[in-house]
Design a binder for this molecule. Structure first.
Ligand code: PEP
Ligand code: MG
Length: 591
């Protein structure tokens, strides 16, 4: 058994599909005879030419759609290909090392990449990554490797990898994936969020998973404790089969909740929407009878393509989602790129500190054509139906003012083309940066609604990278600072008469539902796979009781620096939370 950290619950009994480490260039290796030298060299030559052609096309495409500066990265990559040193190294491995072209290339990439990345020069480190990228491209051509999108999976596969980027995950035939096991990742990585929204069990932080697990191994994932069994004994499998059956029965009982109205015990209607990233999620949201879509992360439709989606592409996708949910609300969040959400085909300059870099609205304000294209697509949908539009990563009121100005211009231009806008358009701001909380009144006055993104709010408030395992203990969702922030936003919403919703992962944790209700939140948006658990938690409590509970919890928290709080607040919170949280979190509540 290997122990990891569960980031998406459930049990799986399946077979492993191991994806090699991203930084290894595994290739078939064989010694060639003299007669094969020319054909191996020719194979390499032809692959280099094809790779050059592909890079040229990519460069043109990005230059047209994005800008010349961004396209230049492909020129740089093409230069790596024509570097005589690189060519000579591969050729000599074939000629004198008598290696087949694939192995010669694989060895050369490793050699140069290692050489360059051990140098303390940022520029040269970047070249090492160009070299790896280009090398992989050529190797892929020689090996006629299927692009990731065509990765063939057996039904019920447990995907094992060192790390899964969102673009890799999104390219898989997800309907065939039964579980994920990775060496890296965290609860807040986008792969984990995706897994939860699809209800696929996932365990991360499994040391050396890609070395210890082989293709076809039988795998049992215990997504409750984070245990991964490799080729377990029959009695272990039998035990898990039994538990799976029991949990399945509980799940079926939950499904019965889907049709019931989402009311607290004292009859208060709570809006329970879904977070989605793609049309299939919208189906899941409908299946569980969500009260609309509280967060539509549009970045996924950018990630599944090889180039930026056109206005028409986006219009078609958003229109279908809105039509599927009618008459329920769909909150479309404009592209939130940056940090771990990158596009392989849109290389932006590498940032030293990407979470604090060109993310969300900042990216859109820099690449205005991309922003305009998405606004146009959403506005065209709005010409047909009511739509809510959400701006990500707002850290300053001015950003909303500017974004609204661009929206206004796009609307005027579309009106001139004959579009009529008589359907509601609501504008919202994601509240996920502390500076936004500190100016919440002014922000609230600029928008129609506020949406609290706790994933980033915790990251930025606690200065703890949401993806890092090393600072996981600092990433405290129940920290007084976070509870105060949420309370501040809720209060501003009441004062300014603006709706406040919560859409970060905290909203989907049924253990926190009572506390969040008590803080005054009446609108939740959660991954579709968590809708029913949260609904059950809402239906189990009264609003009045939740308020009293939150007041007890918050009393010491909000009492400004007034010495040590009374213990009953701590006791009731711990009683409520049970053993669900590591004890290390408790002291923070009171300091
Ligand atoms: C958040 O930050 O809480 C959020 C919902 O946005 P994302 O997870 O997409 O950054
Ligand atoms: Mg966010």
């Amino acid at each position: 058994m290997i122990k990891g950290v569960s980031v998406s619950g459930g049990l799986v009994i399946g077979h492993a599909h191991v994806i090699g480490r991203g930084d290894s260039y595994s290739a078939p290796r064989r010694k060639i005879n003299e007669g094969e030298i020319n054909s191996e060299l020719a194979k390499f030559d032809a692959a280099v030419k094809l790779a050059e052609k592909e890079l040229g096309e990519l460069e043109k495409d990005v230059a047209k759609k994005v800008g010349k500066r961004e396209a230049a990265i492909f020129t740089a990559q093409a230069l790596v290909l024509s570097d005589p040193m690189f060519y000579k190294e591969v050729a000599s491995q074939i000629l004198t090392g008598r290696l087949n072209a694939e192995a010669a290339l694989s060895d050369s990439i490793s050699k140069f990449s290692h050489m360059l990345s051990s140098i303390e020069d940022i520029y040269l480190k970047e070249r090492a990554s160009d070299l790896r990228d280009v090398g992989k491209r050529v190797l892929g051509i020689i090996m006629k490797r299927q692009p990731i999108g065509a990765l063939e999976l057996e039904e019920g596969a447990v995907v094992v990898a060192d790390e899964l980027s969102p673009s890799t995950t999104i390219h898989m035939e997800l309907q065939k994936v039964a579980g994920f096991v990775t060496e890296r990742g965290s609860r807040n990585s986008h792969m984990a969020i995706l897994a939860r929204s699809l209800g696929i069990p996932a365990v991360v932080d499994v040391a050396d998973a890609t070395l210890k697990i082989r293709n076809g191994d039988q795998i049992v994932i215990d997504g409750i404790t984070g245990a991964v069994f490799v080729n377990p004994k029959k009695n272990v499998v039998d035990e898990y089969k039994k538990l799976k059956k029991t949990l399945g029965a509980a799940r079926r009982a939950l499904v019965a909740l889907a049709e019931l109205p989402c009311l607290t015990k004292d009859g208060v209607k709570i809006s329970l929407g879904a977070n989605i990233g793609k049309r299939a999620d919208a189906e899941a949201a409908c299946l569980f009878n969500a009260d609309g879509i509280g967060l539509y992360r549009t970045e996924f439709s950018y990630m599944i393509r090889d180039t930026l989606p056109t206005e028409e592409d986006q219009y078609q996708i958003y229109r279908k989602v809105v039509e599927r949910l009618l008459p329920k609300e769909v909150v479309i969040r404009v592209l939130d790129l940056g940090s771990d959400k990158a596009l392989a085909y849109f290389p932006v300059l590498k940032e030293e500190n990407p979470s604090l870099g060109l993310r969300g609205i900042r990216f859109l304000m820099k690449y205005r054509d991309i922003f305009r294209t998405e606004l146009n697509a959403i506005l065209r949908v709005n010409a047909l139906y009511p739509v809510s539009l959400l701006f990500p990563m707002i850290s300053e009121v001015g950003e909303i003012v500017q974004a609204k100005a661009m929206l206004g211009e796009a609307r005027t231009a579309l009106k001139k083309k004959g579009l009529v806008f008589d359907k509601a358009l609501k504008i919202g701001a994601m509240i996920e940066v502390p500076s936004a909380v500190l100016q919440i009144g002014r922000i609230a006055r600029e928008v129609d609604f506020l949406s609290i993104g706790t994933n980033d709010l915790i990251q930025y408030t606690m200065a703890a990278d949401r993806l890092s395992q090393d600072v996981e203990n600092y990433y405290e969702e129940l920290h007084p600072a976070i509870l105060k922030m949420i309370q501040t936003v809720v209060d501003a919403g009441i004062a300014e008469n603006k709706e406040v919703s919560i859409c970060g992962e905290m909203a989907g944790d049924e253990k926190l539902t009572k506390l969040l209700l008590g803080l005054g939140l009446k609108k939740f948006s959660v991954p579709p796979g968590e809708l029913l658990e949260v609904k059950k938690a809402i239906m189990a409590v009264s609003l009045e009781g939740s308020r009293a509970f939150a007041a007890r919890v918050l009393k010491p928290v909000l009492r400004a620096s007034a010495g040590r709080p009374r213990e009953d607040g701590l006791a009731s919170l711990l009683l409520f939370l049970g053993t669900a949280f590591p004890p290390c979190q408790a002291p923070y509540l009171w300091t």
